[in-house]
Design a protein around this ligand. Structure first.
Ligand SMILES: Nc1ncnc2c1ncn2[C@@H]1O[C@H](COP(=O)(O)OP(=O)(O)OP(=O)(O)O)[C@@H](O)[C@H]1O
Ligand SMILES: [Mg+2]
Length: 228
């Protein structure tokens, strides 16, 4: 489960909880965050598989989510120019900290220097002030970038994006590029063929827009005046 929010974990300020990781502000590097791998919570999706992966990565870090995300980001960085950081949060490396090994990333911030809200947070918190139309337009632009640059990012779940304001419009920044590297699929066909991947990206982006509209419709209805 994803939660955007306050709280402390091992004396560090929590940014959010993902399904298998916790993201905190890096106390030693302002403007950065640290991601720690955690055992899957009770009731988590694919709990058995995640438990096995967690066990494996506690012995061999290479198999963990943090290493996978770092490898995926490095793969993109090697191919794409500086424009990458407009669309994807920068990964700096695996660091040893008093609370254990973590992936250090640049924290995506809004205009005030506060941490940017996740797209998931915007869907569940009407006060975040983003309309469904503006968020869907941001998905359109992100999808267009993926397709133009041939970026094989298939996990377009709203917890993997944060929302920023750029040039007067909303923009998505991906904070989790693990899916650029095949992992979950038994036979990763979409990673072998760009035609398959393109279809998958289009399908997933359409699904994300549907989810945005479905989640935000009740707020829009509540805000609009009752029909005469
Ligand atoms: N670089 C970053 N800048 C700002 N916020 C971030 C950053 N990285 C992660 N977050 C926050 O942490 C949340 C979880 O991040 P992430 O997707 O990396 O975790 P996860 O364990 O992979 O979650 P899941 O497995 O559910 O996708 C994001 O929704 C976002 O709110
Ligand atoms: Mg994620």
């Amino acid at each position: 489960m994803h939660t955007n929010g306050a709280g402390q974990w091992r004396d560090m300020q929590v940014i959010a909880h993902g399904a298998c990781r916790i993201c905190v502000r890096d106390p030693g590097a302002p403007g950065h965050c640290l991601k720690y791998e955690l055992p899957p919570a009770a009731g988590a999706r694919d709990r058995r598989r995640r438990q096995l992966r967690h066990l494996l990565s506690s012995r061999l870090a290479w198999f963990g989510d943090n290493h996978r995300e770092l490898r995926a980001w490095q793969r993109l960085r090697a191919r794409l120019d500086d424009g990458l950081s407009l669309h994807v949060a920068e990964c700096e490396g695996i660091v040893a900290t008093p609370a254990g090994r973590a992936l250090r990333c640049r924290m995506v911030a809004d205009g005030n220097g506060d941490v940017a809200p996740s797209l998931l947070h915007c869907l569940t918190t009407p006060a975040a002030g983003a309309s469904a139309a503006a968020l869907c337009a941001a998905v359109d632009r992100f999808e267009a970038w993926l397709l133009a640059q041939r970026v094989p990012l298939s996990d377009l779940n709203p917890g993997n994006f944060v929302v920023v304001r750029r040039d007067g419009a909303l923009a998505l920044v991906c904070v989790d590029v693990k899916s650029v590297i095949a992992g979950k699929e038994l036979i990763p066909v979409s990673h072998w063929s760009w035609t398959w991947m393109r279809r998958k990206i289009r399908r997933r982006a359409a699904r994300l827009r549907d989810r945005i509209r479905a989640s935000m419709e009740p707020y829009a209805l509540a805000a609009s005046p009752a029909p005469l």
